[in-house]
Design a protein around this ligand. Structure first.
Ligand code: SAJ
Length: 419
């Protein structure tokens, strides 16, 4: 197992390829986008992630990593391509299908195929197996297949990549063992072996668990607003129970994983997944709740302007996929409300970006939508000089509200009835 082909050089494929290369494997990273391939071959990165640039540069300099738009014959193939949702909330498996079909002609006896992409349970068995069979090789005899779903948290990818336990689901025991041996070269956590469909469900369940818990937090936050109590205090006190873990409320759930993966279960089992669907609807409804609150805060103001802080789906990352901020902005536009948005991380935004100063200038309400650390250090006294009205809406509960009150701001926090 000396040569590895990683299909897809995104948030998972690029770290995987680089870590394997710096661990002595000869790695070919494959991406359909030629500009990604050029960037990586120059030792650069096309996504922001702490530590990623250093490891990609080291991997390229070592001569063990190179990128191309087409796969070549290797001992191992890791498929780490996107599995996005279609408009009607179904898993789009086109990229997984295309990547698998592309490697079929290259397969030689003894090859191991690992699916890393989060996929609907049954994908390895119902989609990959029939395609791989076209190679003429026999699974479990001269071809090996496993699902090893990634578990890393954006913002901490390289740390979690090494430290986290991994679940490896094999077509058979030998497939699982071979995949385990590969991951054991860099994973310091435990590697737990099981079947392919079990591993697929484990992964989707992990993200669904988080989504449902965030929905419960968001629902409770809305109750807190009605009851005029503070969600943060309610959650903090409830979490002193040894078996309770109330999550954080916020403007919604974004990113490519938690807001997407639960649909993989709903799609396959619509009748059995009402709880999951309701949770999704609650989280998807949060941007509208945020906009309703903003409208209350600027009620009576003629031609109000909103300063929107944060476009990324969560703090300290540059990723805008499924970001609740984008939805909030869309809804504000639909209501005809003017705004100026800022994000210190996002570089390529479909929404126009402004400097902090331009955002604050003559604004009537400052809405914090993403929990970037940078925002915690904004000086409210300087902001007060620029805004037309001193109104702060903190949907992430990250600012020092006493300080903002002292600077003359009316402060509203999502999940708190108090103003
Ligand atoms: N969020 C809340 N409240 C919370 C936690 C998160 O509103 O208490 C929001 C965030 O602001 C964000 C969204 O949820 O908009 C998702 O953020 P996240 O940090 O919970 O998760 P992701 O999408 O960055 O990464 C998740 C992780 N899954 C779990 O924690 C179970 C990660 O380990 C997975 O590898 C990743 O999905 C993935 O790729 O599947």
């Amino acid at each position: 197992m000396n040569t590895v082909c990683v299909m897809g050089l995104g948030y998972i494929g690029l770290p995987t390829a680089s870590v394997l290369a710096t661990n002595g494997f000869q790695v070919l990273g494959v991406d359909v986008n030629p500009s990604v391939v050029d960037t990586v071959n120059q030792g650069n990165i096309h996504i922001e992630e702490p530590g990623l640039h250093t490891i990609v540069r080291a991997a390229i300099q070592s001569g063990n990593l190179r990128a191309a738009t087409k796969p070549e014959c290797c001992d191992v193939y890791i498929i780490a391509v996107p599995t996005p949702l279609t408009e009607d909330k179904r898993a789009n498996m086109d990229y997984v299908r295309a990547a698998t079909e592309e490697i079929v002609p290259l397969l030689k006896p003894g090859a191991l195929i690992v699916l890393e992409s989060t996929s609907p349970p049954g994908t390895c068995r119902d989609l990959l197996q029939p395609i791989l069979a076209q190679s003429g090789l026999t699974l479990g005899k001269d071809l090996f297949l496993a699902h090893c779903p990634e578990r890393v948290l954006p913002g901490r990818i390289l740390k979690e990549f090494i430290a986290n336990d991994r679940v490896v689901g094999g077509f058979d025991e030998e497939s699982a063992r071979r995949a385990r041996d590969l991951y054991a070269t860099f994973v310091e956590g435990d590697i737990l072996l099981t079947g392919m469909t079990t591993a697929e469900l484990v992964k989707v369940l992990e993200n669904t668990y988080r989504d449902v818990n965030i929905a419960l937090a968001n629902e409770t936050a809305i109750l807190c607003e009605a009851l005029q109590v503070d969600f943060a205090e309610v959650a903090r006190l409830a979490n002193r129970h040894p078996r309770v873990n109330v999550h954080m409320a916020g403007p919604g759930v974004g990113g490519h994983c938690i807001s997407v993966d639960p649909w993989f279960l709903v799609e396959a089992f619509p009748e059995e997944t009402r709880l999951i669907r309701t949770a999704r609807a609650r989280n998807d409804g949060m941007p509208a709740h945020v906009v309703k609150t903003i409208q209350e805060l600027v009620a009576g103001v003629e031609a109000p302007k909103i300063a929107v802080l944060g476009l990324a789906f969560k703090g300290n990352v540059d990723d805008m996929r499924e970001s609740p901020s984008a939805r909030v902005i869309e809804l504000l536009h639909a209501e005809g409300i003017a705004l100026a948005a800022h994000d210190p991380y996002v570089k390529h935004s479909p929404i126009e970006l402004h400097s902090l100063e331009d955002c604050f200038k003559d604004a009537d309400c400052l809405a914090v939508l993403t929990d970037h650390n940078d925002y915690k250090y904004i000086n409210p006294r300087q902001v007060a000089k620029l805004m037309r009205r001193r109104v702060l809406y903190d949907t992430r509960n990250i600012l020092d509200h006493n300080d903002w009150c002292d600077a003359g701001f009316q402060v509203r926090v999502l999940g708190s009835g108090k103003c």
